[in-house]
Design a protein around this ligand. Structure first.
Ligand code: SF4
Ligand code: SF4
Length: 352
């Protein structure tokens, strides 16, 4: 077996550990890219365990805020998929996560339907989809909650990308692909654990419901926004480039999932959605605009279409240089004052 594996690895990878012909052979990258855009290729949802099938099930009361914070932190630190590959093999992708919570009946979810669009799910709606699949009644919104988390990028990744002026760095590209795959695996494992213990749960971005579309009012958007969840959970506010500025900065990835458990917020939400951005505080900055190679950030805001075109066009560059199939950029979130902290003093906007 070991011999076969060694022969297979010699065929698939070169001496540096890079995948050969990655434009054709990095199937997980292709699946990830297409899946994200079209809601395709996601693995089957776990089934809800009921009654006798649950055996020695865990007490649902255990699934509280502390449980989720500890579990996410442990997985980010120790999960075998939370590391880079090739010449960067073994390096951690993320620093310890920040974790926040939302009540499922928070009125902000109805506001999201106005701000983002009517296509954006409430936690109760997406959980009702999971309930229907399992032929159980959908829980009321008051019995649901959202776990939102921030995965800060490492200093190595941030400083590599900060040195780039045209295209993303290798560490950034690996984080974009492997970090997202890890994040999805981590959430799927947690959802499976919950469902196996009789608690309905769903990761909206790992279901067929998650397909990005162009909407007339907001441009490219998905029916579940991790960044808006993170803002609502008090984890950060938006910068000029639309990245979320958290206490660990805006060089991060974020995720969220929904559970049939009432959860209590542990942070205060800023009513001012730009409270932590220097430009919005009336201070001189716009470093993010200066970093963008296609002028997709200006003092008028973020041009999502121009950004999308640039990001999509990086696929060949990443393939040739880094031997994985993914696109990305992130230049406007590195080499800027909000890269790894909340710069300046947040504006007075109330945090509620
Ligand atoms: S670089 Fe400056 S202007 Fe741009 S988001 Fe960060 S703080 Fe705001
Ligand atoms: S991600 Fe890249 S293309 Fe998009 S706004 Fe930022 S720097 Fe510009």
């Amino acid at each position: 077996m070991a011999v076969l594996k060694s022969i297979r690895n010699k065929i698939l990878y070169d001496r540096r550990g890079y995948r050969r012909l990655s434009l054709l052979t990095d199937l997980r990258g292709m699946k990830s890219s297409l899946g994200e855009m079209r809601g395709l290729f996601f693995p089957a949802q776990p089934r809800l365990a009921m009654g006798s099938a649950m055996g020695s099930a865990m007490d649902p009361e255990r699934f509280d805020e502390e449980f989720f914070t500890q579990l996410l932190t442990e997985k980010v630190r120790t999960h075998p998929k939370s590391t880079m590959e090739g010449p960067l093999s073994g390096e951690r992708i993320f620093e310890d996560p920040l974790v926040g919570f939302l009540r499922g009946d928070d009125p902000i979810f109805e506001r999201f339907k106005e701000i983002i669009g009517p296509h954006h799910f409430t936690p109760a709606e997406i959980l009702a989809w999971q309930a229907k699949r399992n032929r159980v009644p959908a829980p009321p919104a008051s019995e649901t909650g959202v776990v939102s988390f921030i995965l800060p990028l490492t200093e190595n990744t941030r400083s590599d990308n900060a040195r780039q002026t045209e295209w993303l760095s290798e560490r950034w590209a690996q984080t974009r692909l492997l970090g997202e795959l890890f994040s999805q695996t981590m959430v799927r494992e947690i959802v499976t654990l919950l469902m196996g213990n009789g608690v309905l749960a769903v990761a909206p971005d790992v279901t067929p419901m998650f397909n990005k579309k162009r909407y007339p009012r907001v441009g490219w958007a998905s029916p579940w926004s991790h960044r808006h969840m993170a803002w609502a959970a008090g984890l950060g506010t938006f910068g000029m480039q639309d990245f979320l500025i958290t206490e660990k900065g805006c060089a991060m990835r974020c995720g969220s999932f929904v559970v049939a458990r009432p959860l209590s917020p542990n942070r205060k939400r800023s009513q001012d959605i730009h409270a932590d951005c220097l430009h919005h505080q009336g201070k001189k900055c716009l470093r993010c605009a200066a970093r963008c190679p296609v002028n997709a950030v200006t003092e008028k805001g973020h041009d999502k279409e121009a950004c999308y075109r640039r990001v999509a066009s990086s696929t060949l560059y990443v393939n040739r240089g880094y031997h994985i199939f993914i696109y990305g950029c992130g230049l406007c979130s590195t080499g800027v004052p909000c890269e790894n902290r909340r710069p300046g003093k947040a504006r007075g906007g109330a945090r509620s």
